[in-house]
Design a binder for this molecule. Structure first.
Ligand SMILES: NC(=O)C[C@H]([NH3+])C(=O)NS(=O)(=O)OC[C@H]1O[C@@H](n2cnc3c(N)ncnc32)[C@H](O)[C@@H]1O
Ligand SMILES: [Mg+2]
Length: 429
């Protein structure tokens, strides 16, 4: 490893110190016989200046292209005019790999940026999104550990649907059919009999044809399952976990968040308890705002967008009609038309970031729901066993990590929240 420091390590009070940095040529200009190179590394940027009296270094600085990889040695000079209050008087420049023409220019279209996503990852703005995403998961792990949740590692190759057969990716598994997991939920439900409180972060796959700004065909899914928990218990877990993730990330990554989001109000408002709105109330609100929707219909992205205008923080919608929700959700004993289910919606038009519910823990009722959904109970034999051998009330949820990051960073599409987005039209690079 090169014995170097990071751009962000260079401070004005290091005036006169000789330092070595390594990174990429982010910006470059020549003024008054000097070459100004803004060096970029994973920590940020620093201005470096090469004067004619730096000999070969000056000649190389004049020629080196944007996004070339370089190693620079020089002396720190405090200068309030410099972007970071200090700059480097360049004395030595090694060009590791010269780039004649970097294909990404200021006017690059979103589609082109996705075509060259492997090069778009040079961008400090993309790095800011990935740092925020990593910090959100760091915070999640901190919270889950202190609250006694066990991480488990469920399978991705599975034999059945959790969220409907129409969005399954099928593949050949030797001489049998298999599918890419839509959700780890059913396996987490098995894990609670030994560990009680479990979580997993897995890729989930949805062969969704919908081309909305919040759908990917592969996304990172943070899922929890808790034994002995009812719907209201798991909503408390959700609001405490999400609040901790958002506040901790604000604390550690405010600079990166502000790369995209100027107003932090809704993030600062993200503290428990979150507002809880029934599906019935949500329908009333939408109808009062002129949205054409009847009781019993599902809310899509457009309806959720309108609903979120009423809130300045994440909020729950609970008590959806049973027939628009998944087979595993427990019927509300107080209203058999409804399921003990709740989604968490992010404000500012982002909508659903979490789907969760209390699970049907009665064997016969679950078989009946599977049949009602037109599925074959035989395909769920192992899952039904969970209701035969010490079944317990239990609840859980799934958080779409990219959707959470897209809201926190106010991104215009969930695809910018993942390293290499997968959508119906994008499988490469
Ligand atoms: N363990 C559970 O209870 C999870 C449950 N089986 C489940 O998969 N629910 S969900 O389909 O609403 O998906 C959960 C979340 O997963 C996200 N999600 C769901 N589908 C997508 C797509 N296509 N792209 C990106 N993100 C997606 C979104 O935030 C949803 O709220
Ligand atoms: Mg959902």
């Amino acid at each position: 490893m090169i014995d170097k420091i990071y751009c962000a390590d260079v401070k004005p009070d290091m005036e006169g110190q000789r330092v070595k940095l390594a990174g990429w040529v982010y910006r470059k200009r020549e003024v008054g016989g000097k070459v100004f190179i803004v060096l970029r590394d994973s920590s940020g940027i620093i201005q470096t200046i090469f004067k004619k009296d730096s000999g070969d270094a000056y000649k190389l600085a004049k020629k080196v292209g944007i996004e070339s990889s370089v190693i620079i040695e020089g002396t720190v000079k405090a200068d309030p005019r410099a972007p970071t209050g200090a700059e480097i008087q360049g004395e030595k420049l090694e060009v590791v790999q010269d780039v004649e023409f970097f294909p990404i220019t200021k006017d690059a279209s979103p589609e082109f940026l996705l075509d060259v996503r492997h090069l778009h990852l040079h961008s400090p703005k993309v790095a800011a999104v990935m740092k925020v995403k990593a910090t959100m998961m760091q915070a999640a792990r901190e919270w889950l550990l202190q609250d006694g949740w066990y991480e488990v590692f469920p399978p991705i190759l599975v034999t059945g649907a959790v969220e409907g057969g129409s969005t399954l990716f099928k593949l050949k598994y030797f001489d049998r059919d298999a599918y890419l997991s839509q959700s780890a939920q059913l396996y987490l439900e098995a894990a609670i009999f030994g560990l009680e409180k479990v979580w997993s972060l897995t890729p989930s796959f949805r062969a969704e044809k919908s081309r909305t700004r919040r759908h990917l065909t592969e996304y990172w899914h943070l899922e929890l399952e808790g034994a002995w928990m009812d719907l209201w218990d798991i909503l408390k877990v959700e609001e405490e976990l999400i609040s901790y993730m958002v506040q901790r990330t604000l604390e550690l990554r405010q600079k990166e968040i502000e790369t995209f989001r100027k107003d932090l109000t809704t993030l600062k408002n993200t503290e428990p308890p979150f507002p809880r709105v029934s599906y019935d109330e949500a329908i009333d609100i939408l109808q009062s705002k002129g949205v054409q929707i009847e009781w019993g219909e599902d809310m899509g992205a457009d309806e959720e967008r309108v609903l979120t205008e009423e809130f300045d923080r994440p909020f729950f919608v609970y008590g959806y009609p049973k027939h628009i929700k998944a087979f595993y959700m427990k019927e509300d004993p107080e209203d058999p038309r409804k399921a003990l289910a709740a989604d968490l919606l992010a404000p500012e038009g982002y909508g659903e970031i979490i789907g969760g519910s209390q699970r049907e823990d009665d064997y016969d009722k679950l078989v009946q729901r599977i049949i009602e959904e037109g599925m074959d109970p035989k395909n769920y034999e192992w899952y039904l066993d969970l209701r035969k051998y010490g079944s317990v009330p239990h609840s859980g949820f799934g958080l779409g990590l990219e959707r959470l990051v897209a809201w926190v960073m106010k991104l215009d599409h969930v695809r910018w929240a993942t390293l290499f987005p997968r959508t119906p039209s994008r499988l490469y690079p």
